[in-house]
Design a protein around this ligand. Structure first.
Ligand SMILES: Cc1cc2nc3c(=O)[nH]c(=O)nc-3n(C[C@H](O)[C@H](O)[C@H](O)COP(=O)(O)O)c2cc1C
Length: 197
């Protein structure tokens, strides 16, 4: 019996998950200043909850603990430079981090956090819990509402990912990508095989 697939090169311990999202976490500080950070280590963990793995020392974490709220927007192709900037600079060191971006924010009607106007879709979240273990410092948000620009919607009122141009993060080589073509329908592409004897 073959125990090693010699066709595959051994890469060692690589967290081989692709794509990762490019999430823009929006918060208010004690002084009411907007902060936004870039987060790729995040995902939906329940139908109405999102978890983001954050470094505890980020300004964003301080803000979330204080205001018990945050927004999560998807960064898109047109805003890749600023999205990356939000991941390079910290509000801890640069008090005008958001102002320098030239972007615009409005207060969410649902939670005490800013909505960044430039990003096409945003989830408005209340802090649900913080999971602090040896393996994760995870901020869990309860999604209380989601808003999207009209231009990214299909005629059926749902988001069309081909219009969204959402960024995907490639942790193998630190690249940003956008979605390409739709190649199949989920819960359908494998149906013939699932039904076959
Ligand atoms: C592509 C990319 C992804 C990132 N993902 C995360 C992440 O998931 N969690 C995290 O704690 N920091 C992440 N960072 C780093 C933060 O965005 C960065 O430290 C930022 O300056 C924190 O801002 P703040 O201190 O104003 O909150 C990422 C940075 C980049 C460029």
């Amino acid at each position: 019996m073959e125990v090693v697939d010699l066709m595959k090169k051994d890469l060692g311990k690589v967290a081989a998950v692709f794509p990762m999202p490019v999430l823009m976490i929006g918060t208010y500080g004690a002084d009411g200043k907007v902060d936004v950070m870039n987060a790729a280590w995040g995902q939906i963990c329940d139908y109405d909850k999102i978890i983001i793995s954050l470094t505890e020392s980020h300004k964003t974490v301080e803000n979330i603990k204080l205001k018990k709220a945050f927004t999560v927007a998807l960064a898109d192709r047109d805003h890749v430079d600023v999205a990356d900037y939000f991941g390079i600079v910290s509000g801890n060191n640069k008090t005008d981090k958001f102002e320098k971006s030239g972007y615009h924010a409005v207060r969410s009607e649902k939670v005490n956090a800013p909505i960044i106007e430039e990003f096409p879709i945003v989830m408005e979240c209340e802090l649900f819990e913080i999971i602090d273990t040896e393996s994760i410092y995870g901020i869990v948000g309860k999604i209380v509402n989601t808003r999207a620009n009209e231009e990214v919607l299909s005629a059926n009122g749902k988001v069309d990912v081909r219009k969204l141009n959402a960024l995907m993060f490639d942790q193998f080589q630190s690249g940003y990508y956008t979605v390409g073509e739709k190649i199949a329908e989920a819960w359908n592409a494998g149906m013939d095989l699932a039904k076959s004897e």
